[in-house]
Design a protein around this ligand. Structure first.
Ligand code: AKB
Length: 317
């Protein structure tokens, strides 16, 4: 049985991952780490332990780890790509100084660490179709720079100190629970909210702009499955490409319209989001994740749309 700390437990991924981990490993064995101003609420607050755990405060992380005898840390603290462009120093402080704190605590206390990377770790020189696992990574955003550094620093701690670090490059994540904040791929979540509310969707990303996306249940399974994987099979460690679907705005709109015929969309391009999207791959190749730890997602665009519309309607209406 594991003792797990989730840092960033009230964020987009953390809020769902913490609950899923509690259902697998037991409620008492998963500590929801949060910062002041983002306290756990509802089921997350009631179903298990929580602790203030600011990723920029190494001593606080060490105390939580020692108190709860933590052996596995899911480090989800980060600013997403668009918001990070307006706060680059803070993005670095959280993403990299914070990661350094986590890795040092992990080294001293023999914890395994999962810190997600992203399709944002690629850049305009990266081959954009079927982007290979090992390829050029020269991102132009501070988010991407911090994600490449995350991969390298995590590999460094594994190679030099034997810390069990593992991670995936998440695509844009789509969920009906906690909305993302400040990402380039957020439009693919927002579009479902508009459809369910019966509003016209104003799309900030241009027609024909393909990006990898994933439904949250697959993303959660991927993170947990990788942390459970047999280490002797892992050739890679930090930054597995994982994919399940790639689409452009017209395709997700058409798919939603199948179930909501009255739904309308028009484009009003956001130049910053568009330039970031243009620098990311159209679709990534996840063969290494499939071979090394049996990655195999369940959802495609259509099954995700049906589930999103049903569950979001139940929540919002
Ligand atoms: C973002 O858009 O910033 C994130 C990501 C793809 O990493 N959703």
């Amino acid at each position: 049985m594991k003792n797990i700390l989730v840092i960033g437990a009230t964020g987009q991924i953390g809020s769902e991952l913490s609950m899923k981990l509690r259902s697998i490993y037991g409620s008492d064995n998963v500590v929801a780490g949060y910062i002041h101003g983002a306290e756990p609420t509802g089921r997350l607050a009631e179903s298990g332990p929580s602790a203030v755990c600011d990723v920029t405060d190494g001593a606080a992380i060490a105390e939580v780890v020692k108190t709860h005898k933590i052996d596995t840390i899911f480090n989800l603290a980060a600013l997403l790509s668009v918001v990070a462009e307006s706060k680059p120093k803070l993005a670095w402080k959280i993403g990299i100084d914070g990661l350094w704190n986590v890795l040092e605590v992990a080294r001293e206390n023999e914890c395994a660490v999962f810190t997600p990377s992203s399709i944002g770790s690629f850049g305009p020189e990266t081959p954009s179709d079927h982007t290979p696992q090992d390829t050029i990574q020269r991102p132009r955003t501070i988010y991407g720079v911090s994600k490449v550094t995350t991969e390298l620093l995590s590999d460094y701690y594994h190679n030099k100190y034997g810390v069990d670090t593992r991670s995936v490059r998440f695509p844009g994540l789509i969920s009906y629970v906690t909305p993302p904040g400040g990402g380039t791929t957020d439009y693919a979540v927002d579009i479902y909210y508009s459809a369910v509310r019966g509003e016209k969707f104003i799309c900030p990303i241009g027609a024909g702009t393909y990006m990898d996306m994933m439904y949250m249940p697959d993303a959660l399974n991927g993170a947990i499955q990788l942390m459970e994987a047999d280490p002797s099979r892992l050739i890679h460690r930090n930054g597995f490409n994982i994919a399940s679907m790639s689409f452009e705005p017209g395709q997700i709109f058409a798919n939603i319209k199948k179930y909501r015929p009255e739904f309308e969309m028009e484009y009003n391009i956001d130049p910053l989001k568009q330039s970031i999207a243009d620098s990311w791959p159209n679709s990534i190749d996840d063969v290494c994740a499939r071979q090394e730890w049996d990655w195999n997602p369940e959802f495609n665009l259509d099954s995700m749309t049906r589930d999103m519309l049903e569950r979001l309607s139940a929540r919002l209406l």
